[in-house]
Design a protein around this ligand. Structure first.
Ligand code: PHE
Length: 358
């Protein structure tokens, strides 16, 4: 009859020295499988006298549990070793110099947003964010666009099915709802910009259902129209890199600003092409105005004490103008040839001191 302590040390040694998961499984089958050594011994218990059967049965059961535990322990040790060796093999030396000739390119939208952040960052703006899925109140009502206001139609809104907390949900049609969120979350003085995605049900050569805006909001005790003009003229000239770029403020209307204006920059269309700078023509690039006192009130800010200005610029628009990109839709086609041509080096970081463009 097989000696249990001897069998025990043989099986445990085999498990302990199994070099990989395959060898370990063979050891398992050899011990506990249908024809395994322990299984066979358990089967033969029936042939023993009752007294002997009891003692040997208990010993074999203990052995079986011990072997099962040893198998489990070895299995996790091997799995851990496998991960360690993979980590070792796939180790990346982050101190190696990068290889610019093999890297991808930065998309012009990312580049343009980064350039805006640099320019406004230098003026003391910080970045704020809000959700792409907005409720009706933040996207419209709090911005002084009541339910039956014609401006709602102009926004070509994507409404989402269902309601949340009694209101319809929308894909935000502009970044302006983040003005509301910022004013509710913080006390003035405020100076924020909001780069982000916006959505309108519109699709042709100059409109995309998803596009980007950079919103700006300043609220303080003495903020006035002169600040708005100075800030935006400075932005346009720095962004386009033209010190004397003509910038024009044309009266306009937005429910959330009063007075409101649209900003045009000078350009020339002579000879078929489009050239930014001095010329006979004007091109609209953003909307702006003094924050409507009703909007301040909706956010719990006293309009007798605080005033503000806000603006919203179209990222695709200024990117196309600056980088001579003729068709809006190409931004989203993920055409590698386009990206190699219009994209920016992966390691390029725009800055005012180092240069906005590479
Ligand atoms: N939200 C406006 C739009 O999308 C732009 C805007 C922002 C105008 C802030 C004035 C002030 O058209």
């Amino acid at each position: 009859m097989q000696d249990v302590p001897k069998l025990r040390s043989e099986l445990l040694a085999e498990i302990e020295t199994a070099a990989d998961l395959g060898a370990l499984d063979s050891a398992r089958v050899a011990a506990l499988g249908k024809k395994g050594r322990i299984t066979e011994l358990l089967k033969s218990l029936g042939t023993l006298a009752p007294e002997e059967r009891k003692a040997r049965g208990a010993a074999l059961n203990t052995l079986r549990d011990e072997v099962a535990a040893a198998l489990e322990a070895r299995k996790s040790a091997l799995a851990e070793a496998a991960i360690d060796s993979r980590l070792q093999d796939e180790r990346i030396d982050v101190t190696l110099p990068s290889r610019p000739e093999r890297t991808g390119r930065i998309h012009p939208i990312s580049e343009t947003i980064e350039e805006c952040i640099q320019i406004f960052g230098e003026m003391g703006f910080t970045i704020a964010e809000g959700p792409d899925i907005e409720d009706d109140w933040h996207n419209f009502t709090a911005l002084n666009i009541p339910p039956d206001h014609p401006a709602r139609q102009e926004h070509d809104t994507f409404y989402l099915p269902g309601e949340r907390e009694g209101g319809r949900m929308v894909l935000r049609t502009h970044t302006s709802p983040v003005q509301i969120r910022a004013m509710q979350a913080r006390k003035p003085p405020l100076r924020i910009i909001v780069p982000g995605r916006t959505f309108r049900c519109d699709d042709d050569a100059t409109h995309s259902p998803m596009f980007h805006q950079v919103e700006g909001l300043v609220v303080d005790r003495t903020t006035h129209m002169g600040h708005l003009k100075g800030c935006l003229i400075e932005f346009c000239r720095t962004f386009f890199g033209i010190d004397d770029l003509p910038v024009r403020f044309r009266p306009s209307y937005f429910p959330f600003t009063e007075p409101s204006a649209e900003v045009d920059i000078g350009c020339s269309r002579e000879g078929g092409g489009l050239k930014i700078g001095h010329g006979k023509d004007w091109l609209e690039i953003l909307g702006c105005g003094m924050v409507n006192p009703k909007v301040l009130e909706n956010c719990g800010i006293d309009p007798a004490v605080f005033q503000g200005f806000a603006f919203g610029l179209g990222v695709e628009r200024i990117s196309m103008l600056k980088y001579g990109i003729p068709d809006l839709r190409t931004f989203y086609e993920s055409d590698l040839r386009w990206l190699r041509y219009y994209g920016f080096p992966a390691l390029h970081v725009p800055s005012l001191v180092g240069g906005l463009e590479p």
